[in-house]
Design a protein around this ligand. Sequence first.
Ligand code: ZN
Length: 95
Amino acid sequence: MGAPYRRKYHHTKSKGQETSVRCEFCGKIVPKWKTFTSYKSFGINDPVLRKQIDPRFVSSFTRKTYACPSCARHRHIIKPGRSRKSRTSNLSRSR
Ligand SMILES: [Zn+2]
């Protein structure tokens, strides 16, 4: 008799080729579902300047970038949640 319940990975290759994107920061090819999307703007922070430029033009300055999980953490794209708190406490305990 085998195990009554076998854990299945829902994410399989059955759908064909995965969409993979290049990480903006380290250049690693990461599956898209793993990446974190961030919008990089080309620094028009000046409100006066922003008023002068056509808003449609301003939006073109925003670029969609992908970051792999590790880069997303390092670049503060994702905010550390509860999971990090438990992880750090585990680390300090092991040390
Ligand atoms: Zn990366």
